[in-house]
Design a binder for this molecule. Structure first.
Ligand code: PGA
Length: 257
């Protein structure tokens, strides 16, 4: 795993946007896996600025989001489809038909999940999957105990995730209890994974994911199995890493190689 430690959340967002922007320029038809939550917002803001100021075009890019709450219509202000429209899609030139988010109102969830996986296969797989990490160590909504081979499916949210996400809903009892989420196995099939983590409330999960054992209790630890996983952290999220000095040194030594 490549571990990049930067000064603050702004730098993390900027680094991720530059990385993604470069990929889009190299391969205009790139397939991006996208994430919601507070962490990627600065990255999306920078991508929007790159679109406006530098002419970065997403016209031929295809996207697949990690997850969606069950029971929320796409146009609900708290749905992840709405989040993506507000934070990114409505501000760039990507056609709506090229963006995919699981349907929280799917009547046949099993079939919908199978179809979502099929759509990913049909475009040749995900080139780069952007990820956050939950304070419980989850990636997407793969809560502790999720199989490391899991595929897109229905998942019940853990108590800690409900609490963490209550801030978006105003109160805990308004957070949906179920979600459709890509599985850990689905995520590991992306050609590259880029996980962003900022803030001290992620420091324990980040340490467990990078330096702890591979375990379904911390599903982000599955990235240890991925041949091209990059974790970009701010100082606060990196604060509990035992090998932080080594990661910094390795980045400095490898710069320009
Ligand atoms: P956050 O969520 O970016 O809102 O902290 C991350 C996650 O749960 O994956």
């Amino acid at each position: 795993m490549r571990v990049v430690i930067l000064e603050n959340a702004q730098r993390v967002g900027r680094w991720a946007a530059e990385y993604i922007g470069q990929l889009v320029r190299q391969k205009p038809t790139v397939v991006l896996g996208l994430a919601t939550g507070g962490t990627p917002v600065l990255c999306y803001q920078r991508l929007i600025a790159m679109h406006r100021e530098e002419g970065l075009s997403f016209r031929r890019v295809r996207t697949f989001n990690l997850d969606e709450y069950v029971g929320l219509p796409a146009d609900d202000s708290n749905s992840y489809r709405s989040f993506m429209r507000q934070q990114l899609f409505d501000h760039i030139d990507i056609p709506a038909s090229s963006t995919h988010v699981p349907d929280g109102l799917a009547t046949d969830v099993t079939e919908h999940c199978r179809h979502y996986e099929q759509q990913i296969q049909d475009v040749g797989g995900i080139d780069l999957q952007l990820l956050g990490i939950g304070s419980d160590g989850h990636i997407a909504f793969n809560e502790p105990g999720s199989s490391l081979a899991s595929r897109t499916r229905l998942k019940a949210l853990a108590a800690r995730t409900l609490q963490d996400n209550a801030r978006f809903f105003g109160s805990l009892d308004r957070v949906p209890r179920l979600a459709i989420t890509m599985g850990v196995g689905t995520i590991l099939e992306a050609r590259q994974c880029l996980l962003l983590a900022t803030g001290e409330n992620k420091a324990s999960a980040v340490r467990d994911a990078i330096e702890g054992p591979l375990t379904s209790q911390i599903t982000a630890s599955a990235l240890q199995l991925h041949p091209q996983a990059t974790l970009v952290l701010d100082e606060a999220a990196a604060a509990r890493l035992e090998q932080a000095d080594y990661y910094r040194e390795a980045e400095a030594l490898q710069a320009g190689c």
